[in-house]
Design a binder for this molecule. Structure first.
Ligand SMILES: NC(=O)c1ccc[n+]([C@@H]2O[C@H](COP(=O)([O-])OP(=O)(O)OC[C@H]3O[C@@H](n4cnc5c(N)ncnc54)[C@H](O)[C@@H]3O)[C@@H](O)[C@H]2O)c1
Ligand SMILES: O=C(O)C(=O)C[C@@H](O)[C@H](O)[C@H](O)COP(=O)(O)O
Ligand SMILES: [Zn+2]
Length: 353
């Protein structure tokens, strides 16, 4: 049965639809929210060969004038160069303000596509078809869009909400184990932020096979939590910062790993590093780091990195968006389901870490 999470914001409302038959109803679902128009379907070179032709066929049958656009797979496509390439294609095809962009892919395609949709002609309509676990549990919901510069992650971006998000676990069947497991880093994050009940559920996942089997349930729970937080604080002036648990250190690690670590892997390492420091300081209860680590170990996510503590690492921390005048807002957990912002100055980070 289809689950619908409604995201209700001051200036925008949309549905996140979760069901394993949605891939058969793309045209119908999009027709419910968009009138006839030009539609760019943005995807990457892994997802494209698997699903693009079918999505184009369904959208064309539903009366849309479709432009397929494929970019290289991977974090490298979250770049201004790729934005330029895609925007040129939209302009050449005659896209105007009344047209739309569908992101068919993982978090990279969602972040890139959302950024393009939010800036092309100052904003065209946007829909996400989430095909990776990261996208199905986190990135497709909430409206954060971004591209990177070589020196830092997500430094150029917008808040731009989609008109619709489609989450179908059928797509995960073709996802590699590594890409699936990466997404689980964000699930463990969300479960620790949310509640004992959700954290117990992640505690029951003991293998990658378990993860594959429980992915739909995990997506529902993660999206419900994220939607609640985003509805309370769309632009991250308060509690939305909690969704950055593990990310201040994680983004620095991800960038300095130069493509060797995926986002969710770096976040996993970041959660362990920050929680162990807060456990040492008495902010987090004894044993919490081990509880989180046990969940990450169960699917083989990394939990340590030699990058932590290097001068390049401390230098990266200043680019965190939760740095305000040299003070970092770090996310810690006083207990499961009870996140808290703890302020530390950049200058005290080398002693703290
Ligand atoms: N905006 C947000 O709120 C938010 C949240 C979390 C992560 N992110 C961003 O998301 C990105 C990570 O997302 P990701 O892990 O999905 O990365 P990704 O988009 O690169 O996807 C991972 C890999 O899986 C492939 N893939 C995706 N779906 C597939 C499928 N169904 N079958 C086969 N292959 C498939 C992709 O081609 C890619 O090679 C990072 O850039 C991160 O910063 C954003
Ligand atoms: O939606 C949010 O808010 C998040 O922080 C979700 C994160 O998992 C995600 O990685 C996000 O892109 C991080 O954003 P940033 O603002 O730290 O660049
Ligand atoms: Zn993240």
């Amino acid at each position: 049965m289809m689950t619908v999470v409604h995201v209700d914001l001051a200036t925008k409302q949309y549905d996140v639809k979760i069901d394993n038959t949605l891939h058969l109803k793309i045209g119908e679902m999009i027709q419910e929210v968009w009138t006839s128009r030009k539609v760019a379907v943005l995807t990457d070179e892994n997802v494209g060969p698997l699903y693009l032709a079918d999505v184009v066929k369904q959208l064309s049958a539903a009366g849309f004038d479709v432009l397929p656009v494929q970019v290289p797979a991977g974090e490298g496509s979250k770049s201004l160069a790729t934005v330029g390439d895609v925007v040129s294609q939209l302009a050449m095809y005659g896209f105007t303000r009344g047209d739309g962009l569908v992101a068919l892919g993982g978090g990279v395609i969602g972040d890139l596509g959302g950024f393009i949709a939010s800036t092309y002609m100052r904003g065209i309509a946007f829909i996400q078809i989430a095909t990776s676990l990261t996208a199905q549990v986190d990135s497709s919901v909430g409206g954060k869009t971004a591209v990177n510069l070589e020196m830092t992650k997500n430094i150029i971006g917008t808040f731009y909400q989609p008109d619709l998000v489609l989450v179908d676990s059928t797509y995960l069947k073709t996802l590699t184990d590594r890409d699936l497991v990466e997404g689980y880093g964000e699930v463990v994050k969300t479960s620790a932020l949310d509640s004992e009940a959700f954290f117990q559920l992640t505690g029951s996942i003991t293998s990658i096979e378990d993860l594959r089997q429980h992915a739909p349930e995990l997506s529902e729970k993660a999206i419900a939590y994220k939607a609640k937080v985003v509805m309370a604080d769309e632009k991250e002036s308060g509690q939305r910062q909690f969704l950055n648990f593990g990310h201040t250190l994680g983004h620095a690690i991800e960038l300095l790993a130069h493509g060797q670590l995926r986002h969710g892997e770096a976040v996993a390492i970041g959660m362990i590093a920050i929680t162990s420091r807060f456990e040492r300081d008495g902010v987090s209860p004894k044993g919490m780091t081990d509880q989180i680590k046990q969940r990450l170990d169960a699917v083989g996510l990394p939990t340590s990195s030699e990058i932590i503590g290097t001068s390049a690492f401390f230098d990266q921390l200043k680019h965190d968006k939760k740095n305000h005048n040299g003070m970092l807002n770090l996310v810690g957990l006083t207990s499961i389901g009870q996140p808290k912002i703890i302020k530390k100055s950049l200058s005290e980070m080398p002693d703290f870490i």
